[in-house]
Design a protein around this ligand. Sequence first.
Ligand SMILES: [Zn+2]
Length: 438
Amino acid sequence: MPTPVDLLIEARWIIPVEPANTTLEHHAIAVRDGRIIAILPTNEARARYAATKTVHLPDHILTPGLVNLHCHAAMAIMRGLADDLPLMRWLQEAIWPTESRHASHAFVRDGSLLAGAEMLRGGITTCNDMYFFPEATAEAFDRLGLRAVLGITVIEFPSQYASDADDYLRKGLATLDAWRDHPLIGFALAPHAPYTVSNKTFERIGALADELELPIHIHIHETAGEIADSLRDFGQRPIARLDQLGLLGPNLIGVHATHLTPEDIERLALHGCAIAHCPTSNMKLASGAAPTTTLLKRGLAVGLGSDGAASNNRLDLFREMHQASLLAKHTTGDASALPAHQALRMATLEGARALGLDAEIGSLTTGKAADICAIRMDNPDELPCFEPVSHVVYVLDRRAVSDVWVGGQQRVKEGKLLQITNTELLGIARLWQNKLRQ
Ligand SMILES: [Zn+2]
């Protein structure tokens, strides 16, 4: 008697990420109660399982759902608002003034809907986010069915959201309490950066992270200027300062890390920290380039992040895989640096590992949640294809994604989101475009 399953997805190719450097042909994934229960040749799957629903994807590649390790989803509303500026001018002249005028629960909810829709349609099934009003992002992602780790953002200066560091923490922890039992939404502590958070606040965050067992999500060493300022103000590089404050550990996700000395790398490796590499944002703001191949060799978890749509200007991990691979080759002068399988691993399993979620997501493995991305491979502009993983990293972008499942639930079907219409999304984009213009 065949075993009943909820879903059987049959595909031309499957790149499971675990085991490494593997591509399966004519295999199927069996899903029950939101989990992968088997990956096996399609003929065997048909004999062994009786599926409530079978999806045939004869020209497609299945990969694990992508993990966006660093995003500010709500900033989708500020996509393309200001370009061609270095980080501090971009923040001070464009982003912070706009946020101080407009940031609100509605701004964050609507921006998170736009971003969440873009991410899901692009095969991203998990987003590690950092922004004000995390309860509004939780509301948006819950509606879309996107898995997320939401930052309890902390910054010393007042905003529309909170008055001081204690107020940010109080509000963020109340949001964590309200969403505590949600199956897809978790939380991290997210002190914005060493240059916007005091030693006293960092100590409190370190204690809370230990007590509540939360990741710490923080921008570090984004620019050379940040390091010069830290040497002037604290007599230390930011990573050394965080080390002294007890913040470095396996639960720390440092974003950017573009300017690292061997000593900085030693500290990060010693504490088992993770890095969110955001190549497009780093290149666009001319911030620098993280030494990804060295960090990976030292055993750090190095995932990929889009950063916000205001500094990217697109939430597309296919593009980040492409950029990460090319940037690594360019900076090392080695064409074999960061090959395609490794780039895909960064966009999936490494991101999951950074979040402490690698037992649950990040690879297509029996027992893990069925977070799956299907990529269409029937566009003549993108053929022929001799090696699917090469196409994923070097040829395609997010528009090739056809179907997406999160925890076995279909979120995107043949390129269309199932939880929200394009009409509603267009309405949101137009509304905020008009408001920000005023
Ligand atoms: Zn960022």
